[in-house]
Design a protein. Structure first.
Lengths: 385, 202
């Protein structure tokens, strides 16, 4: 079995953060979503690393992607796998916890500690299921803003994230421009395209066509694991590139493959099955539906051209990073972000990193990302203090 | 994206260009390489600087200098800006490497109120002599490449460029002709290895 860590490189710098635990913040008041629905007692799961400076001017918010969570770095007690972006966050790393106070929270609608469709509806005492209201990227950011207020941070030094995290980054600039100095969208898009929606829809159909899904009402029963695993397999193909798949798997056969039927024969099949099977152990199928829907609805330029939407960014710094082989969120979408920010006079840097890993490069290519992010943060800090 | 050869920084060129740019200007450096000129402009002229460069490693070097740069193609990157968005657009040692120099220059003079252009003079007498007596395209310190691995797509003389400016109604505000790092005025098309010009459109 090829393990998912097979292609990972050594950590670029510094020792890791060490032990960390996820905390919970319950919003003090009911929270109204942009669509009008009200959540009575929403909870946000979050982790922090480093120390908030006395001037509270060194806070950086990390936003996670579809399958991520608040556990971005360090180790949970009893676990030997670090957080999902551990190589970027820690003492001496790109987001240097000796200098910056790093915050990461699980998104609204998630299933890793924050309120989502698997949470109990206070009105009924049962899990929400499909009664959970639709959430948007803007709703996720609104809740993050409440968390940041709770932590006593008036203005974030930077918000950073890849993929769906990059969408939240852009939304921060639009919803709360006065509360953030710099934006770091990575492998992101300001508008979800038909191709991107299409892949999400295949994933959702896979979940919903699993008989165990039962219209979203499967809590306390057998979860729609086969549907969710299939959705994850499709997703994974879009996160890779032809080149990385060819190099990693080629036409390699599994050891026990007999080549006669439809059992696992090629290594790439084994890899996808492993990824799918692994995913269902830690992810809720309804959350998969809600988050992919939130991503599909994301279109900053729905009502006005992006350049007008970014009007408030004239004094912001922006570092956009894209990857050459990312065909799911291709560099051209980052260039649109860069163009609209530049036209508003924002202080913009755009790095297209040459990498073979496809969309997944944002999680894997830490050397080049570290180089640009660490320096960008340093300069941002100098210019803002 | 085409590969691009990054030329070593020239202090003389950079100092001349910096002398043309008033403090606090908004500057776009096209083909900014590793950012030595932009760095000088930021430190000494406090300009609002951005750069465009196609070479990945050069982009990282720029970011390490604290500069704001974008990895983009010059041939396609200018159309989006409105007229006069920048005070200065700089084309230093880059016109000879881009696909459509005329188009880029005219766009540069549209999005910038003024443009600074620096290029090697292909009709310097040492080049003429080598072509005349050796019958070969010369490899010189200013044009140090053999034909088969040169990043340079276009070769032009000072005379060619001045004629181009006349034809396109581009005004030349200042001219600097350099021979061995010193400014010369007499017979530049024969004696100068490089030219730096400050341009605008009336």
């Amino acid at each position: 079995m090829m393990l998912p860590t097979a292609s990972k490189k050594e950590t670029s710098a510094g020792a890791g953060w060490g032990r960390v635990e996820t905390r919970s913040f319950q919003l003090p008041k009911p929270h109204r979503l942009r669509g009008g629905a009200v959540l009575a007692e929403p909870v946000v799961a979050y982790e922090t690393y480093g120390k908030l400076s006395p001037g509270k001017d060194n806070a950086v918010l990390i936003c996670h992607a579809l399958s991520g969570d608040a556990h971005v770095a360090g180790f949970h007690a009893g676990e030997d796998k670090p957080g999902w972006w551990d190589r970027m966050i820690g003492p001496g790393r790109a987001f240097d916890t000796d200098r910056f106070f790093v915050v990461c929270s699980n998104v609204l609608g998630g299933c890793r500690g924050s309120t989502g469709p698997a949470s109990l509806d206070p009105a009924t005492g049962k899990p929400y299921g499909l009664k959970f209201p639709l959430v948007t990227i803007a709703d996720m950011v609104d809740v993050q803003k409440r968390l940041i207020d709770f932590l006593g941070i008036k203005k974030l030094l930077a918000v950073a994230g890849g993929s769906m995290g990059g969408m939240q980054v852009l939304q921060w600039g639009v919803s709360y421009p006065e509360s953030v100095a710099a934006l770091i969208p990575i492998a992101a898009a300001a508008r979800h395209t038909a191709l991107q929606i299409a892949f999400n829809e295949v994933g959702r159909q896979a979940v919903m066509s699993d008989p165990d899904w039962r219209g979203g009402d499967y809590y306390g029963r057998k979860a729609p694991a086969r549907g969710l695993a299939l959705a994850r397999m499709v997703g994974h193909i879009t996160y890779l590139s032809e080149k990385s798949m060819e190099r990693k798997f080629g036409r390699l056969r599994r050891r026990k493959a007999n080549g006669r039927g439809f059992t696992e024969e090629f290594e790439v099949e084994g890899y996808l099955r492993f990824k799918g099977g692994h995913f269902v152990k830690r992810f809720d199928a309804n959350t998969y539906l809600y988050l992919t829907r939130a991503i599909d609805h994301f279109d900053l330029s729905a009502e006005r051209p992006l350049v007008e939407v970014f009007r408030a960014l004239s004094r912001h710094r922006l570092l956009a990073i894209a990857f050459s082989s990312d065909w799911l969120y291709p560099p051209v979408q980052s260039k649109e972000i860069v163009k609209a920010a530049k036209l508003n006079g924002a202080d913009v840097t755009y790095c297209e990193i040459t990498a073979d890993y496809g969309h997944d490069a944002f999680l894997l290519e830490d050397v080049e990302q570290s180089r640009v992010i660490s320096r960008f943060l340093e300069v941002t800090y100098r210019k803002n203090t | 994206m085409r590969p691009r050869e990054i030329k070593p920084p020239s202090r003389v060129d950079n100092q001349i260009i910096a002398s043309l740019i008033p403090p606090g200007s908004r500057v776009l450096d096209l083909g900014c390489g590793e950012g030595d000129l932009l760095d000088l402009l930021v430190r000494e002229k406090n300009v609002s600087a951005s750069g465009v460069e196609i070479d990945e490693e050069a982009i990282y070097k720029c970011v390490e200098k604290g500069l704001s740069v974008s990895r983009l193609d010059i041939d396609s990157g200018l159309d989006d800006y409105p007229d006069g968005f920048f005070d200065f657009v700089i084309f230093n040692q880059v016109l000879e490497q881009i696909l459509y120099p005329r188009r880029a220059l005219l766009q540069g003079l549209r999005v910038g109120r003024k443009a600074v252009v620096g290029f090697p003079n292909f009709c310097h007498f040492s080049i003429r002599r080598k072509i005349m007596f050796k019958g070969r395209v010369p490899v010189t310190p200013v044009l140090p490449y053999s034909w088969y691995d040169s990043p340079n797509l276009h070769f032009l003389s000072i005379k060619d460029f001045l004629e181009f400016c006349r034809a396109e109604n581009i005004q030349i505000e200042k001219k600097f002709f350099l021979a061995d790092g010193r400014r010369i005025r007499f017979l530049p098309n024969l004696r100068a290895q490089k030219a730096i010009l400050l341009l605008n459109r009336p």
